[in-house]
Design a protein. Structure first.
Length: 321
DNA sequence: TTTTTTATAAACATGG
DNA sequence: CCCATGTTTATAAAAA
């Protein structure tokens, strides 16, 4: 197969470029694109829910936990790259469908000769390389509804990164500060009609227009390349696009989940060669866009196509009103 | 080097 | 009052 089909330009580092403008810009130098694997959580439940589940009935653990069995992601052991490249937890959670298995993996940077491997204690106490934005992003993405209260964001971080188990409380302040300040996250009201609504505060979700930038941030953190599939998953529950925080929209958790699997074809605006198939696979949690690896689509094109699809969906929902 | 991003601390407000 | 949540400002370190 062609190697060139696996090298795509990186995501645009400018979130505004993802915000809906379809303006084409010159392509940046090609870099390998790879999917990003998040640290798996022990279960797909929120930390609070996971806690209650553990204390009651055995949870059918997903491959996510098998992927990292006996090891927290906060243990930053670069001598073993499996936990960094394993996507099975994400596959299991979202029925991620890859057209081809991953066959090429670039190893992470190795330890320098003579450098001692990190001891488990040191690994547990060493700070994870993720920014707070990335941590929050991963926590929200790993939640069933793609939205979490700040307390559960804390919980996810603690349960996935032992460092924060013993760290002083300042990092929670940083999490809240990041949530407030970052444009990538949006605050939405809890559904007050839900009986199980407990706790205070709002729920936080990822703004769809910043999602790719967050993914790219994660990819950079991993310094991990090598995949022959390009894929973008998008949350089934997009963050409501409120103009500001004054009018917060409450969303029903199931209103987007009844869609049947759709399979559309879209015209590639950059190509004269006809149509390129964009396969959408929708699970109960996520909708995945899978492109054939032979395609010459770069990420920018994919973004444009996806925006186009989303625009059509939005237009369709408006027409339905 | 400068600029931008990120981390950290802290003051303050709000609401349960 | 206490505490969790959320916003904002300030500062320093790290990264680009």
């Amino acid at each position: 197969m062609k190697n060139s089909s696996h090298t795509l330009p990186p995501f645009s580092s400018s979130p505004t470029a993802l915000g809906g403008s379809l303006t084409l810009t010159s392509s940046p130098p090609s870099l390998p694109l790879s999917p990003v694997s998040f640290p798996p959580s022990p279960t797909s439940l929120s930390p609070a829910a996971a806690e209650s589940a553990r204390s009651s009935s055995p949870v059918s653990h997903l491959a996510a936990s098998q992927c990292l069995e006996g090891r927290g992601l906060g243990h930053w052991d670069t001598s073993n790259q499996d936990d960094l490249t394993c996507l099975s937890w994400l596959h299991q959670r979202g029925d991620l469908l890859l057209l081809q298995p991953m066959t090429k993996v670039t190893p992470l940077p190795r330890r320098q000769p003579g450098q001692l491997p990190p001891s488990p204690a040191a690994a547990a106490s060493s700070k994870p390389p993720y920014s707070f934005s990335s941590l929050i992003f991963m926590a929200i993405e790993d939640s069933p509804q793609k939205r979490l209260p700040v307390k559960d964001i804390y919980g996810w971080i603690v349960s996935n990164f032992p460092y924060y188990r013993t760290a002083t409380g300042g990092w929670r302040n940083s999490v809240r500060h990041n949530l407030s300040l970052s444009k990538s996250f949006r605050r939405i009201q809890r559904d007050k009609s839900q009986l199980q609504t407990v706790g205070k505060g709002s729920l936080w979700c990822v703004c769809p227009e910043y999602r790719l930038a967050l993914l790219e941030g994660l990819r950079k953190t991993h310094s991990y390349h090598g995949s022959n599939s390009c894929l973008i998953n998008k949350p089934v529950l997009p963050c409501p696009l409120t103009p500001d925080h004054e009018e917060l929209v409450t969303m029903e958790p199931h209103e987007y989940q009844a869609h049947e699997v759709s399979e559309d074809t879209e015209k590639d605006p950059l190509s004269d060669s006809g149509y390129i198939e964009l396969h959408y696979y929708e699970s109960d949690q996520c909708q995945y866009l899978v492109l054939p690896s032979e395609s010459e689509l770069d990420l920018e094109t994919v973004e444009i196509l996806q925006l186009d699809v989303e625009a059509q969906e939005a237009a369709g929902s408006l027409l339905d009103l």
